[in-house]
Design a protein around this ligand. Structure first.
Ligand SMILES: Nc1ncnc2c1ncn2[C@@H]1O[C@H](COP(=O)(O)OP(=O)(O)OP(=O)(O)O)[C@@H](O)[C@H]1O
Ligand SMILES: [Mg+2]
Length: 265
């Protein structure tokens, strides 16, 4: 049985259909990538799968639990790192994680060890007692992943885990994501605008465009589906979403990075 399954999952905002009858499944231990241009509906889909936003119609299930009928059970099984920065800059990394260990009901006698282990796992042991506003973007993202894994979720949702990171910091996040799967058998569901990232990490990807899934499969199968020798995942993205890739350093990224700095400052 797949660990994550959606059936005709739909969300409308007024007349806009942000996610249109999304039907897909993810097997346990997979890394699954949801790709698509800005506004495709990726974050909206994740918010429904994580019980944060009720579907207009359809359903999603985690290990057989419905997001609409068994939200409590679903929440215990999942971790979530939102697209926007969520760590508190005025606290240390350790303090940030301790708050979430309480929130996730990690037993009191295990909390300190669980927090220290998560920090070490994400390569942040040395920075544990520094204020998060002194962290680099890559360290903040790794802290947020540490935070989302404290209760050992079966499925981890990462909405653009490497946005705004330099190539080295990005690779470090990739390594940690792969290690989460290897060490804990976690299933990872992520979104990204970086085709290189999707190609390196994902067993399967789906390409969304205006709320609809335009293509779904392994990166290799999707490349092979194009009538082009040596096709890359960039070619696949452009073919199925009908849009050019975002180039690096857009206004949007800059605005995001600045919002991040402000929130942490
Ligand atoms: N709360 C909301 N109210 C109204 N419209 C919304 C709301 N949230 C999202 N939308 C709209 O739904 C569509 C999908 O948005 P969503 O954030 O899911 O896209 P995305 O694929 O995550 O994009 P990005 O790559 O920019 O993060 C967009 O047109 C967006 O404007
Ligand atoms: Mg989004």
């Amino acid at each position: 049985m797949p660990i994550l399954e959606t059936r005709e999952l739909t969300r409308q905002f007024g007349t806009l259909v942000a996610v249109n009858r999304l039907t897909m499944s993810v097997e346990q231990g997979e890394i699954f990538g949801l790709l698509g241009p800005n506004g495709a509906g990726k974050s909206t889909a994740i918010k429904m799968m994580t019980t944060l936003l009720p579907p207009t119609s359809g359903d999603a299930q985690i290990a057989g639990y419905s997001v609409t009928r068994h939200a409590g059970q679903v929440r215990r099984l999942i971790g979530y790192v939102p697209q926007m920065v969520s760590a508190d800059g005025t606290l240390s990394g350790y303090e940030n994680l301790l708050i979430f260990a309480k929130l996730y009901d990690v037993p009191r006698r295990e909390r300190e060890k669980r927090v220290r282990d998560a920090l070490a796992f994400m390569g942040l042991a040395d920075a544990a007692d520094q204020l998060v506003r002194t962290y680099s973007g890559g360290m903040i993202r790794r802290l947020e992943i540490a935070q989302s894994m404290l209760h050992r979720p079966a499925v981890l949702f990462l909405d653009e885990p490497t946005v705004g990171l330099d190539p080295a910091a990005r690779r470090l996040v990739w390594e940690h994501v792969q290690q989460l799967r290897a060490d804990y058998g976690m299933t990872i569901f992520l979104t990204t605008h970086l085709m290189e990232e999707a190609d390196a990490l994902c067993d399967h990807v789906a390409i969304m465009h205006l709320g609809n899934v335009a293509a779904m499969g392994t990166p290799a199968a999707l490349k092979a589906s194009l009538a082009k020798e040596g096709a890359t995942l960039d070619d696949v993205f452009i073919h199925y979403s009908g849009s050019a890739l975002e180039s690096g350093g857009t206004y949007r990224d800059a605005a995001r990075a600045r919002r991040t700095a402000r929130r942490l400052g």
